[in-house]
Design a protein around this ligand. Structure first.
Ligand code: PMP
Length: 306
């Protein structure tokens, strides 16, 4: 389903009018930076809640700055535009919002400097991303995650997603739901578009932001929920491949993937082979918080409707 509207060149226009020319720099060279956030429909309150828009737009603007863009809009401006866009779409269901900053000149020449940039935003209705999200089977990808000195994985840069696309498609063609990818140092980084968590010896582990991961907002949310709500130690440290095989529980986190339980890796059962108790608890906590149903975490919910 196509969006009805888009924010394009400074205003909200019918989606059909939000078009770029084929010579556009970002289209040719991948010189764009993007974001992805969700709006959750709370049917009881008849309210649509954007989840952590300030944090998402902060990362979005940082990703743009890595590409030497100088966005004139702030996190608050972007939130206000998104609210207007969602109101025009009139969603009464979960939705996904995609902001994109891109080098807009229609010129030939590989570079980051001396180019104009533009911001566009659109939104579509959105539910599940990983179908098998209570029992995914994943594999270790034969690809490696881009290194910070190649293309920074901490930024959400359009060109980088070729790396994610190789990872995802080869896993899918081999019959897996997702893939885990090692970085050039041989440590685990993340999935194709989600961060990685595992429980080992009763400790919740996730790779640090220096292991070529995207600095996920859901990852940050889960770390906070685990620390506040669960009686479990949490550590950010590098993870080896064979530790993953020995995990008691594994789950992947992302705006699209939410909290996806992984129950098999490369045909090996993880723990009991069923979703584990830590994963289940964090899934519920995350869902309640995202829907605006947990008063402690209301700070993450930004209402769209008055
Ligand atoms: N890693 C990658 C490569 C991603 O594309 C995403 C999705 N944005 C994530 C992790 C999860 O990040 P977030 O929780 O902010 O959506």
């Amino acid at each position: 389903m196509l969006p009805k509207f888009a924010y394009f060149k400074g205003e909200i226009v019918p989606y059909e009018q939000a078009k770029v020319g084929v010579a556009t720099h970002a289209f040719n060279y991948g010189t764009g930076a993007f974001g992805g956030l969700r709006a959750y429909w709370n049917a009881q309150e008849e309210q649509l809640y954007l989840f952590r828009p300030f944090d998402h737009f902060h990362r979005f603007l940082n990703s743009a700055r890595l590409l030497l863009m100088e966005p004139k809009l702030t996190e608050d401006d972007l939130t206000a535009i998104t609210v207007e866009l969602l109101r025009k779409e009139g969603f009464r269901q979960n939705a996904y919002v995609r902001p994109l900053a891109y080098k807009s000149d229609e010129v030939i020449g590989v570079r980051l400097h001396d180019l104009q940039d533009e911001i566009t935003i659109f939104s579509i209705p959105f539910d599940k991303y990983v179908k098998n999200d209570t029992g995914a089977h994943v594999t270790f990808s034969s690809w490696r995650r881009v290194d910070d000195n190649m293309i920074p994985a901490r930024g959400k840069i359009t060109g980088t997603y070729i790396n994610s696309a190789f990872i995802k498609t080869d896993a899918s063609n081999a019959g897996f739901d997702e893939a885990l990818v090692l970085n050039v140092d041989g440590h685990l980084s993340e999935g194709s578009a989600m961060n990685f968590f595992m429980v080992r010896d009763g400790i919740l582990l996730t790779p640090p932001v220096t292991d070529n991961i995207l600095e996920g907002i859901t990852r940050r949310t889960i770390l906070e929920l685990a620390e506040n709500e669960l009686d479990i130690k949490v550590r950010e440290r590098s993870i080896d491949r064979t530790e993953v095989y020995l995990a008691e529980e594994i789950f992947l986190t992302g705006t699209a993937a939410q909290v996806t339980a992984v129950t098999r890796v490369d045909h090996r059962k993880i723990g009991s082979g069923e979703m584990g108790p830590v994963t289940e608890r964090l899934r519920t906590l995350f869902e309640q918080a995202a829907l605006g149903k947990n008063p402690t975490y209301k700070k993450w919910n930004y209402p769209v409707y008055e």
